[in-house]
Structures are given as structure tokens and as C-alpha cells.
Design a binder for this molecule. Sequence first.
Ligand code: DGL
Length: 264
Amino acid sequence: MKKDNQKPIGIFDSGIGGTSIWKEINALLPKESTIYLSDSKNAPYGQKTKEEILDLSIKNTELLINKGCKLVVVACNTATTNAIDYLRNNYNLPIIGIEPAIKPASIQTKRGIIGILATKGTLNSRLFEQTSATIDNSITIIEQIGTGLVELIENGKIHSTEMTNLLKKHLKPMLYSKCDYIVLGCTHYPYLIPQIKEIVGNTVRIIDSGEAVARQTKNILIRENLISNSTVDIENIFYTNKDKTVLDLILEDYKRATVAYLDF
Ligand code: DGL
């Protein structure tokens, strides 16, 4: 039997977006084995009710626990903002979530105007409302639901005219407001950074929470004495419950990554 610290880190998302978080975790913690669940069959979560998002988050978490994971990373803003309290209260292992980085953006903005692009499920959540309430009153936050973006990414249309047109439409209100920070509040969106930069130009900073989640994962593993100290038998397994073509493409540079279909 594997020692606790050699067990894998479990990661899940509504689809392939959370691989942007996996890449940060893998870069910071290369000795860790990982199991990633891409619940693409049920994407997007962002349009679902809180109850549906909770049920899917429970299903994913229990599967990762059954596969022997030592810690779970909810690599999805929508699942975190709707389900993290329940998961932490009901499962006996460390659970790490991801939330839009509006706090750091609000501290760093010079113009006092920040934009946030996220799913409806995240922007309408109570946790997001609570976090927004802690932001200085003088800061204007322009919220924008990224309707349709996740679907295009899941269908492999990251670099398409459809994507460029949709992004232009979603980013317009932020550009009019003259914001100097755009927060990406969905783990699918880091894959759109080159296109977003083309649209908004160099004066607007784009931030996401990927690196912060990786650092937090490392801190918790150290605190819980669960950090892996061996490079023997490291495995990075990615399960998807839909077509694996896009996942294969996104992970093609990662030689240790194994992508497989799993009905979950
Ligand atoms: N990647 C997700 C997030 O961070 C979910 C997107 C969706 O399924 O709507 O919010």
C-alpha cells in the first residue's frame, strides 16, 4: 500500500479548464502524482442551479476519494463558490478551492476600476457576493458573464473567429469603463489570454488565480505532512467522460500525462 504522502492529488473541473490549474500545480510540485477529472459531459456548470452544481461536485469529490487521493483541488470557480463549504464540512481530507482574484486586482488597480469575467454561477453565488463586499467601496467592479466561452473551449474552438467575436462582445463593457485590470474568474479562461490581450491592449493587466492555488496546495501539503518526496512511480492521469481529443491536444507537451475515457 502507498504511503499517504505518495498518494495522488485529486483535481476536478466541469471540463478541460482546470488543466490550467493542473499545469501550475505540476510546475510547482513536479514530484506529485495527480488524478484529474474532466466532467465535460456536464459542462458548462456555470448555467446550472446551485443544487445541480453541488450534486456534481459531490460526485467528483467522492470519485477522487475512492481513487485514494490525499487532497482535492476544486479547479473550478463555479464549483468552489457553490459547493466548497459543503465539501469541507462533509469530507475528511484537505479541500482547496479557487475564487476570482478580485481582491489582489482591487489592491493593485491605479484607476480604481476592475473588470471580472466569470460564469453566471460564480457571479451569482453567495461566496462571490461575500468576497465582493470586502472590496473597498471606492473600487468599481464591472461584472461580465462569459456566456458561450466555455462551450467553445470544450469544443476545441479556442482559436476561432467565433471566439474572437464573442470575446470582443464580452469585453466591450470593461473597455468602455476604462478598467486597468481584468480578472479571469473561470479556469477555462487562461487559455484565452493571448486573444484577450489582442483585444484589450497592453495597458490592461489580466490576472487569474492559478499560481495562488498551486502555492496554497503546496502550503497545505507541507502543513499536513503530505508532500511527496520521491520521484518514483509518478503518474498524471486525466479522466474525461466525453471525447478526449481536446484534452490530448492541451496536454501534448506533458510526456507523463495519460488521458483516458471514464464513465462518471
Ligand atoms: N471552469 C469552470 C470555472 O472555473 C466552470 C465553467 C463552466 O463549466 O461553466 O468556473
